[in-house]
Design a protein. Structure first.
Length: 120
């Protein structure tokens, strides 16, 4: 049985930016969600997108089911942003990352444990 990491591991704060639309001059409108108690780790590797293209990763964000506030549906927000015209972004330590992929992970009992968000 795996143990959940302690709360102090989720010490970072980020801002999730979700595109809500693009006006007739191609200026995007954004909804911003401050998110506390996440863990952002540098990453080097690639991930495959739905369109079979490889994307280089720069970071992974972990949003825990218990510690992260607020509790967001990262899948729905990523999809909504893309449907509105631009990918969602995450701002961490004054650097903006693009949300490339989202995975919802469960523990060995089938209970939701955390989100893993791939960033480039």
């Amino acid at each position: 049985m795996s143990r959940k990491p302690p709360a102090h591991v989720y010490a970072h704060s980020v801002t999730l930016q979700v595109c809500t639309g693009v006006d007739r001059w191609n200026h995007p409108a954004w909804a911003e969600y401050p998110v506390d108690h996440v863990n952002v780790q540098p990453a080097s590797g690639t991930t495959m997108r739905k369109d079979d293209t490889e994307v280089q990763l720069n970071a992974l964000l972990f949003a825990d089911s218990l510690y992260t506030v607020p509790s967001l549906d990262w899948w729905a927000l990523k999809d909504a942003s893309e449907a509105a015209g631009l990918p969602a972004t995450v701002v961490f330590e004054n650097r903006q990352y693009t949300v490339v992929d989202v995975a919802k992970l469960f523990n060995e009992f089938g209970i939701f444990d955390h989100w893993e968000v791939a960033l480039k």
